[in-house]
Design a protein around this ligand. Structure first.
Ligand SMILES: Nc1ncnc2c1ncn2[C@@H]1O[C@H](COP(=O)(O)OP(=O)(O)OP(=O)(O)O)[C@@H](O)[C@H]1O
Length: 689
């Protein structure tokens, strides 16, 4: 290796030294610095190169090349003259040029590495994944985010075809199409959803250099979008619910300004949306301080505030509750309940209850009061009857408790978990009764339901059917009933196919069936079928000893019904009750006690004055002094006659103590006709006393 000595370290020799260090053909053995303060000295000593200040001493050493860069002519001359046999001599100017070149190279390298650092910094710190491929589809760049999103290591993927690394990658497509594809959705093998932009890289001369994919993880975005969609759905649903609610609803914000109202609210208050939305809550309801404002002030719900709202001054009950989200008051929601609606609903409910009552047997033998011998026998017989499948015929005047017995028999029988159906045979016309009892087939008559209808016998299958007022059946219905009793089957009206049924019949009548047979009004064969187990329920006048017990139990029952605290009857009152002969039986007694309790004020005992209307006189209906005829101007005669008829029937029923058979007899009407008129004029039994 050629040995080199450099003279003039402080004058550029150091640079020459660094340049020569890189060549493996030359070895710098010494560096001489003619100026002792120059820093070339330090460099040389660090590298273990011999150094010195006395060039004359140094050049005496053997060297193949001497480089002199002092720039000092004197020194230069002296060196030249003193070196006789040295091989090469490079003058300082050339060395200087070399040093300059070296410096430029170093600067270039430093600038380049600086650029590379910046590029790497950007490339690897961005959230976006970046993959670059060459025209052969091989991956040449793969940044940190790409590693994180794909779960692949850069070292594993560089140089590989992108299709092998990312299944189904569409990046090669842009190599062929040379078209940018922006914001394309793609699902990575890891299941991550990304949105990617694919760009072909084309050189200035139009030559294809490769393609870049820049992509973003959009899982969170998608989730967010889904959440927003869910929220939107929820909002839409909530609006639909509020909108369709029959309850009047209003929502205000935390300042009490209207946010939402529904059509029911507008209907009841008479306020349109534009009069409420964005307006202070104090203006929404005409009366008093807005309940909304109170709720917003106190952050407490207010319930049950009665108010009158709207042009019709409708009575409503207001409930308002604050809306608090994460402890922050956001507004309040108010609901107005239209009380008039509630009242009609309660009427509906009562009607429904009545219907249900008709379909269930609610009384048991426990509810039948009576210790008299006659009553004890009747109860005993009924209990026996309950245990057999036999048809039972309950006989007794109206109001003696025949229905009560029918319930009790059903409930004591092994059919108690099945239906108990009550039918009043006198209350319906023949055709209606038959279609009710036996059902009908489609098209049986005009107005028949499509698909036909099940009859009550079918309804009561495996249960019991209570046929009240059986003595009122027409000949046709009697014949059909006989068939049920004989064959255990029914045929729907308009049908041909008989249906097997398993129903226990409990029949009841308050007419003398034997007399009816004699008159030809009742079939004898049916009578014998029905009369297998007759039970006679005594009239109240025949068991007056039961009156005190009945009175006690009735007071107990009515106290509960009316919320009263009546303790009993005075001796005087009891005398009146015992003296009366009770044409309406227990029903009449029930009504009398009920009416006395209503009118007696807050006394603890029913006194004789409260039952003073009870007399056994036999006043003819039309002689009632309260009855009067007054002519209504402009009302048709037929209408006025109807009003008069209603009045007469009401009086007759009152006088008969609610006993329909008696009332019908007094008026010379058939029981069926009386039922029809009671129904027509809506005369209820309760008002009979
Ligand atoms: N022995 C009794 N113990 C308690 N309450 C009775 C008794 N008998 C009848 N009642 C009551 O008297 C009212 C009339 O009874 P029920 O309807 O059973 O009579 P009914 O004989 O079926 O009358 P109708 O022939 O007019 O239909 C009912 O409120 C019933 O609870």
């Amino acid at each position: 290796m050629q040995k080199v000595i450099i003279i003039g370290a402080g004058q550029g020799g150091s640079s020459i030294y660094r340049l020569l260090k890189e060549t493996e053909m030359l070895k710098v053995t010494a560096v001489v610095d003619i100026n002792p303060h120059a820093n070339g000295l330090k460099l040389a000593s660090e590298d273990g190169v011999q150094i010195g200040y006395d060039w004359r001493q140094i050049v005496k050493q053997s060297a193949d090349i001497i480089i002199e860069v002092t720039g000092d002519e004197e020194v230069s001359k002296e060196i030249r003259s003193s070196i006789k046999e040295k091989i090469i001599f490079i003058p300082g100017s050339v060395a200087y040029l070399m040093a300059k070149l070296l410096q430029q190279k170093e600067e270039l390298i430093s600038a380049l590495s600086n650029q590379t650092y910046k590029f790497n910094l950007i490339f690897n710190t961005t959230d976006n994944g970046m993959i670059v491929i060459n025209p052969d589809e091989e991956i040449i760049l793969f940044n940190k985010s790409a590693e994180t999103m794909t779960g692949l290591n850069k070292k594993q993927v560089l140089g590989k075809k992108i299709g092998e690394v990312i299944n189904g990658s569409l990046l090669p497509r842009v190599l062929h199409s040379r078209r940018v594809e922006t914001n394309q959705e793609f699902v990575l093998g890891s299941g991550l959803k990304i949105i990617t932009t694919r760009i072909p890289v084309i050189g200035d001369n139009g030559q294809l250099i490769g393609a870049v994919s820049i992509f973003k993880d959009i899982t969170e975005l998608v989730n967010l979008a889904e959440e927003i969609t869910d929220l939107k759905n929820l909002k839409t649903m909530l609006q639909a619910i509020i909108h369709s609610s029959d309850e009047a609803i209003s929502v205000v914000d935390e300042d009490g300004k209207g946010l939402i109202i529904n059509p029911a609210y507008s209907k009841i208050t008479g306020l349109a949306e534009e009069e409420v939305i964005g307006k202070p809550a104090t203006a929404d309801i005409s009366e008093g301080e807005s309940v909304h404002m109170k709720v917003l002030k106190t952050r407490r719900a207010i319930r049950g505030v009665p108010m009158r709202v709207g042009p019709k001054r409708k009575e409503v009950i207001v409930n308002v509750a604050p809306v608090i989200v994460d402890g922050i008051l956001k507004g309040s929601v108010g609901v107005l309940h239209d009380v008039s609606d509630l009242q009609s609903m309660s009427r509906e409910l009562n009607r429904a209850r009545q219907i249900i009552r008709n379909l269930e047997a609610k009384y048991t033998f426990e509810d039948i009061i009576g210790q008299s011998d006659e009553m004890a026998i009747a109860i005993e017989q009924a209990k026996l009857g309950a245990k057999t499948p036999a048809t039972v015929l309950l006989r007794g005047e109206s109001g003696t408790g025949k229905e009560l017995f029918a319930h009790a028999i059903h409930n004591a029988s092994d059919r108690k978990y099945n239906k108990f159906v009550r039918v009043n045979c006198a209350a319906l016309s023949e055709s209606l009764l038959e279609s009710e009892l036996f059902g009908y087939e489609e098209g049986a008559f005009s107005g028949a339901k499509r698909g036909g209808k099940r009859g009550l016998f079918e309804e009561a299958d495996k249960g019991s059917i209570f046929l009240d007022e059986i003595g009122e059946l027409t000949a046709s219905t009697q014949a059909k009933l006989l068939r049920v009793l004989q064959e255990g089957e029914i045929t729907r009206v308009g049908g041909t196919k008989p249906l097997q049924i398993n129903v226990r019949i409990i029949a009841a009548t308050n007419v003398n069936l034997e007399k009816a047979i004699a008159n030809g009004g009742f079939r004898e064969d049916l009578y014998y079928r029905l009369n297998r187990m007759p039970i006679h329920i005594p009239s109240l006048r025949k068991r007056k000893e039961d009156i005190p017990l009945l009175v006690d139990r009735l007071i107990e029952k009515i106290n509960i019904e009316y919320g009263r605290n009546v303790e009993g009857v005075t001796e005087e009152a009891m005398k009146v009750l015992m003296a009366y002969d009770w044409p309406g039986n227990v029903r009449e007694l029930d009504n009398i006690i009920g009416r006395a309790i209503i009118f007696m004020g807050y006394q603890t005992h029913i006194d004789s004055e409260h039952v003073s209307t009870l007399t056994n006189s036999d006043i003819p209906v039309l002689a009632d002094s309260e009855m009067h005829v007054s002519i209504q101007q402009g009302e048709p005669l037929a209408k006025q006659l109807e009003g008069f008829e209603k009045e007469i029937i009401t009086k007759a029923m009152k006088q008969a103590g609610g006993n329909k058979t008696q009332a019908a007899k007094d008026l010379g009407l058939s029981v069926r006709n009386l039922y029809y008129k009671l129904e027509k004029y809506q005369i209820e039994n309760k008002s009979m006393q």
